[in-house]
Ligand binder design. Structure first.
Ligand code: CP
Length: 310
């Protein structure tokens, strides 16, 4: 089956077949990452540019590793080291980059819709959204679903609780779309100030009590309080937030005994998640990071095409 999209801008546009194709392709690439020689010629001759206007540890490194392990030429550009600091517009920067004929531009930006803006204006390159403002983060959602499927054997029929600053979370939005498409029940929980009005219309159950949200859940995804996105003005204090919305060994007992605990990172230990839980036996947080490379290899492969893995 071939992938029918030129760009990957969000999970809202992905069908069940699209998601299964990404996850199955990622499964087939995962083994490359544990080989002694971690390189396949699949994307030889392809060029991938990582254009990051916002800080990132996991996503940028993971896209870079994914490209390099598939033999693509991978170039990183950060806003602080580009001509953006001299006043160049996003569109001009992108048009200049496209004039060098990259196959794929992976882009993170603080403005929601920035990758969509580029996708409408560039003619040649495919765009992957690596996180746009509080809108979407599709590669994070795909690695989350890959991790859930690995640990639970399925996604359909599971109950997934996502807890935290839902309003500012591109991860919550991308996970919600993808999990609903795959047939999971999605519960969103957080303080009322962090729940966007009308989110239940997207098919989520909404809670303002973490205990109700995680009761009998199969999967718990904890979100970071985003200080850089007004997170601190929406709650009285971090201490109170931790007390009422943090995941700790006591409230974790409300979930199913075999529930898995996830976090997209970066974690605020002692705020949304206790260190005991973050390092505990139910956490699969580093599995998420590991799967991130395989999922990004799959996304690059499906957009750029290429030879079969050798
Ligand atoms: N999960 C995630 O997007 O992490 P980074 O901000 O480090 O890329």
């Amino acid at each position: 089956m071939s992938f029918r999209h030129k760009h990957i801008l969000g999970t809202e546009q992905l069908s069940k077949e699209d998601i299964e194709l990404i996850l199955d392709t990622a499964d087939s690439f995962k083994e490359v990452n544990t080989r002694d020689i971690k390189k396949v010629p699949t994307l030889r001759g392809k060029t991938v540019i990582n254009l990051f206007y916002e800080a990132s540890t996991r996503t940028r490194t993971s896209f870079e590793i994914a490209g390099k392990r598939m033999s693509a030429d991978t170039i990183n550009i950060s806003a602080s080291a580009s001509s953006v600091v001299k006043g160049e517009t996003l569109e001009d920067t992108a048009r200049n980059i496209e004039a060098m004929h990259p196959d794929i531009i992976v882009m993170r930006h603080s403005a929601s819709g920035a990758p969509h803006y580029l996708a409408e204006r560039l003619t040649e390159s495919s765009i992957i959204n690596a996180g746009d403002g509080a809108h979407e983060h599709p590669s994070q959602a795909m690695l989350d679903l890959m991790t859930i499927r690995e640990h639970k054997g399925k996604i359909e029929g599971l109950t997934v609780a996502i807890v935290g600053d839902i309003a500012h979370s591109r991860v919550a939005r991308s996970d919600l779309y993808a999990l609903k498409t795959m047939g999971a029940t999605v519960r969103l929980a957080g303080p009322g100030t962090m729940i966007p009005p009308g989110i239940e219309k997207l098919g989520a159950e909404v809670y303002t009590d973490i205990n109700e949200a995680i009761k009998d859940a199969d999967v718990i995804i904890m979100l970071r309080i985003q200080m850089e996105r007004q997170g601190n003005t929406l709650i009285p204090s971090l201490r109170e937030y931790s007390q009422f919305f943090g995941l700790n060994p006591e409230n974790l007992k409300l979930a199913k005994p075999d529930a898995i605990v996830m976090h997209p990172g970066p974690m605020n230990r002692g705020v949304e998640i206790s260190s005991y839980v973050a390092d505990g036996s139910q956490n699969v947080i580093l599995d998420q990071v590991e799967n991130g490379v395989a999922v990004r290899m799959a996304m690059l492969y499906l957009l750029a095409g290429g030879q079969e893995t050798e």
